[in-house]
Ligand binder design. Structure first.
Ligand code: HEM
Length: 400
């Protein structure tokens, strides 16, 4: 943005106006844990029954980069949660050379050309229809809309052209992530059985696509076969993509639209798109859709001043680390100094980040196209209760 445009934008915005609803969204999802963690004023604090909580950005990053001492595979780590559901080799429960090798093989699926084509094919038409409906004066629930978008993308990931992921299946996937609680390091047996049933529903399609698709591959599972993944690895990857890449976006996109609306930035960007990238980054920073990351301590270490030892669970409170940089502010853009901490850091940095950014850009672009013709207002909204990833259950937009 030019200096004049920046000054004009700043005059039309309401700094900090996003906080009231963001706070409600977080509390609705985690009525006990959110206030508990938000009260922490120290960079590192041992919290009984939760773990060693880290709240400062540089310390969070240092833990993420030290995979020799802090792993995703020990007691209290993500592996404890996900291995019984997804199997042993699904990136988010792996470390070391096997992890690196699998990531390398999956890399081409997240290369810009592949991701942009996938997003255009799956969301292009739906995004254009979103703009048209808003322009026609229809009331549009952004949550239902982005769930539909996510369903289209999942359908593509599991290898189907048509939309197999309806609202029912989507709700069953959300129920699985809803089993996760900070105070509960493992799923119960019935939860594991239910989670496996949901994933089997998805991988039935993916398995068929992996086996039957021709050469060159037309579907994502078959592309994984071409990239050298075994059938088991490919099914694990499909499960991991669905679990990590769906709710984060269904959480983020409506929250981003709400923040832009509440702060006045929706109108600013509708007139001048040059601040779009900073607004998206700032939105990701203040919402941090994946609010915490977990690690297990493998060898004695210190985090800040606190000594930790094997078996300790480390809770990286990314949402606090990101939020410490202040309120949503695309002009000062404090997000720029955080190196996308909301996507993690180091070996496990979000593999799907390019796909997430493509989907975010497409959705925001569709809304801004409508907002450029007439201002949009939020006419109804409700925070979602009791979910792992905080978000709205309803956020209705309409031309004002
Ligand atoms: C706004 C959306 C998203 C956010 C905020 C997000 C955030 C994250 C974070 C913080 C991690 C690192 C976790 C850790 O180190 O413990 C991660 C990992 C991962 N994400 Fe995302 N994610 C998003 C969207 C997606 C999408 C769309 C996909 C793919 C379809 C995806 C796939 C993955 C995978 C496979 C990993 C595991 C990588 C590994 O362990 O090597 N994510 N994500």
């Amino acid at each position: 943005m030019s200096a004049a445009a920046t000054a004009a934008a700043a005059a039309q915005t309401r700094p900090g106006a996003e906080r009231r609803w963001e706070e409600r969204v977080q509390r609705a999802a985690h009525p006990f844990v959110y206030p508990l963690l938000s009260r922490i004023r120290r960079p590192v604090l041992r919290v009984p029954r939760v773990g060693v909580v880290v709240t400062e950005a540089e310390l969070v990053r240092s833990v993420l980069l030290d995979t020799a001492r802090f792993t995703k595979t020990g007691p209290g780590s993500p592996a404890d949660l996900w291995t019984p559901v997804l199997g042993p080799s699904v990136l988010l429960n792996m470390e070391g050379v096997d992890h690196l090798a699998l990531r390398r093989r999956l890399g081409p699926l997240f290369a810009p050309a592949f991701v942009n084509a996938l997003t255009a094919e799956t969301l292009g038409g739906a995004a254009a229809r979103l703009t048209e409906r808003l322009l026609a004066g229809e009331r549009v629930d952004a949550v239902a809309e982005v769930r539909d978008f996510a369903g289209r993308v999942i359908s593509r990931l599991v290898g189907l052209d048509h939309d197999v992921v309806d609202a029912g299946l989507f709700a069953r996937v959300s129920a699985v992530t809803g089993y996760v609680r900070l105070s509960r390091p493992r799923f119960t047996e019935p939860q594991v059985r239910r989670a496996r049933a949901v994933l089997d529903e998805l991988t039935t399609h993916a398995r068929a696509a992996y086996r039957d698709d021709g050469v060159p591959a037309r579907t994502v599972p078959a592309r994984m076969r071409e990239l050298g993944l075994s059938e088991q690895e490919a099914m694990g990857a499909v499960g991991a993509f669905v679990l990590t890449g769906t709710e984060t976006l269904v959480s983020y996109l409506p929250r981003m639209l709400a923040i832009l609306h509440d702060t006045g930035w929706l109108g600013v960007l509708a007139r001048d798109r040059s601040g779009e990238a900073a607004a998206i980054a700032e939105g990701l920073r203040v919402t941090t859709p994946s609010p915490v990351m977990l690690r297990s301590v493998a060898a004695p270490a210190r985090i800040g001043g606190v000594a930790v030892g094997p078996g300790d669970r480390v809770v990286l409170a990314t949402f606090l680390a990101d939020r410490a940089a202040g309120a949503f502010d695309p002009v000062a853009n404090p997000a720029a100094s955080l190196k996308q901490l909301w996507f993690g850091a180091g070996a496990h940095f979000c593999l799907g980040a390019p796909l997430a950014m493509a989907q975010i850009g497409t959705t925001l672009g569709a809304v801004l196209d409508a907002a450029a013709a007439a201002p949009l207002a939020i006419v109804e909204r409700r925070a979602q209760r009791g979910t792992l990833i905080p978000g709205y259950s309803r956020l209705v937009l309409e031309r004002s």
